[in-house]
Design a protein around this ligand. Structure first.
Ligand SMILES: Nc1ncnc2c1ncn2[C@@H]1O[C@H](COP(=O)(O)OP(=O)(O)O)[C@@H](O)[C@H]1O
Ligand SMILES: [Mg+2]
Length: 368
């Protein structure tokens, strides 16, 4: 929640101390004076009328003695009326007014408490959000540092190797037919490794920046997996691993997705199943129709992954056995790319594994 939110609430809830909610500030004694003044005016008018009547009808003999009587009556009435006002009316006015003030004070107090509570809530929400933002930024910063460290480390190894092979060749190795072929072959292997790392980094970079757009289309998963099998035939044959479906899929299995990216993800999973599979083993692919979507299951009977490593295998550069992964051309980026591709499709991927028994990767796809 932004600061603007807080200040707008403040403005909205700020009580105006000068307003008394329409209650008059005139006191009851002021009312009594006004009423007494009116009575005096009435009495004066009566006296005036008496004098006029006297001129017209010659009633002087009645009017003169009536005048002090009228004044006397007026004074008596005024005296009793002010007493009545003081004793009866004033306390009533006072009670009413103190009630009204009490209510005002209470509602103002309640208003102030509401503001404090609301502010407190807003500050708490704001603090929680900021703490979360800071945690994410710190995590990103850590990732960035780790990532740069890992990239430079991964690049250094093949570059130094190539440098070593060239220096050996320059030092005379080039004249020895056995040495020069061997070292040139090794240099080529290191160059291929560099290319693999750069391609994977490029893919990750584009996936993470959201730069690439998915080319969504309806396609047959059975056909796509058959193509991936063909691409990995040689690699699988070298390790005597059979690639196949868990049952015969005579009918097409249609899904919605970016065919090229999904094939890339399946390719990575099949590549891993061969690399980390047992010689003479097998990799099977199966589809499960859940009614809502299609689950793609890629299972091998290879070396498996220990439980403590399972949560980390989708991290960039994470490898259970670095030398084994490197030996087979791995960069530790494959599963990270797979996860990004599946997430970009707004789908999920899970892994189940038992060391020595094998591993299953299962991801979902939209039916089409
Ligand atoms: N099918 C599998 N069987 C056993 N271990 C696997 C499997 N797939 C992945 N792994 C483990 O997860 C790690 C990360 O995989 P990945 O990101 O593809 O990197 P790479 O294959 O380049 O090493 C691998 O190094 C390996 O230790
Ligand atoms: Mg891999």
């Amino acid at each position: 929640m932004g600061r603007a939110g807080c200040s707008s609430t403040l403005k909205r809830l700020s009580p105006d101390g000068n307003h008394r909610n329409g209650i008059s500030m005139k006191t009851s004694s002021q009312y009594a004076t006004i009423i007494t003044l009116l009575i005096t005016l009435l009495a004066a008018a009566a006296v005036l009328l008496g004098i006029l009547a006297d001129f017209r009808y010659n009633f002087l003999e009645y009017a003169v003695p009536a005048f002090p009587a009228m004044v006397g009556t007026f004074l008596i009435v005024q005296y009793y009326f002010s007493r009545f006002v003081k004793q009866k009316i004033n306390p009533i006015f006072k009670t009413i007014r103190s009630h009204a003030l009490d209510e005002q004070e209470q509602s103002r107090k309640a208003g102030r408490e509401d503001i404090v509570k609301q502010l407190d809530r807003e500050v708490q929400v704001w603090t929680t959000n900021k703490t979360e933002e800071i945690r994410k930024l710190r995590q990103l910063e850590r990732y960035r540092k780790d990532f740069l460290g890992n990239v430079s480390h991964e690049l250094k190894t093949p570059i130094f190797n190539i440098q070593g092979y060239i220096l050996t060749l320059l030092d005379g190795g080039i004249k020895d037919d056995h040495v020069n072929r061997l070292y040139l072959k090794r240099a080529e292997k290191s160059i291929n490794r560099l290319i693999n790392i750069l391609e994977d980094l490029d893919a990750i970079g584009r996936l993470e920046s959201g730069e690439f757009k998915l080319q969504m289309e309806r396609f047959n998963l059975v056909k796509a997996v058959e193509e991936v099998f063909e691409d990995h035939e040689m690699q699988a044959r070298k390790r005597r691993i059979r690639l196949g479906f868990d049952s015969s899929y005579n009918k097409p299995v249609f899904v919605m997705g970016d065919r090229k990216r999904i094939m890339e993800a399946i390719g990575n999973l099949i590549n891993n199943s061969i690399k980390y599979g047992k010689p003479g083993g097998r990799t099977t692919v199966g589809f499960v129709d859940t009614g809502e979507n299609i689950l793609v299951d890629i299972t091998d009977n290879g070396i498996g992954i220990e439980e403590e490593n399972l949560p980390r295998i989708f991290e960039r550069f994470f490898r259970v056995d670095k030398s084994r992964s490197r030996e087979s051309g791995g960069t530790g980026l494959g599963l990270s790319i797979v996860k990004h591709v599946i997430q970009a499709h707004k789908q999920t991927i899970t892994v189940r594994s038992k060391p020595g028994k094998g591993t299953s990767f299962i991801f979902s796809m939209d039916k089409a």
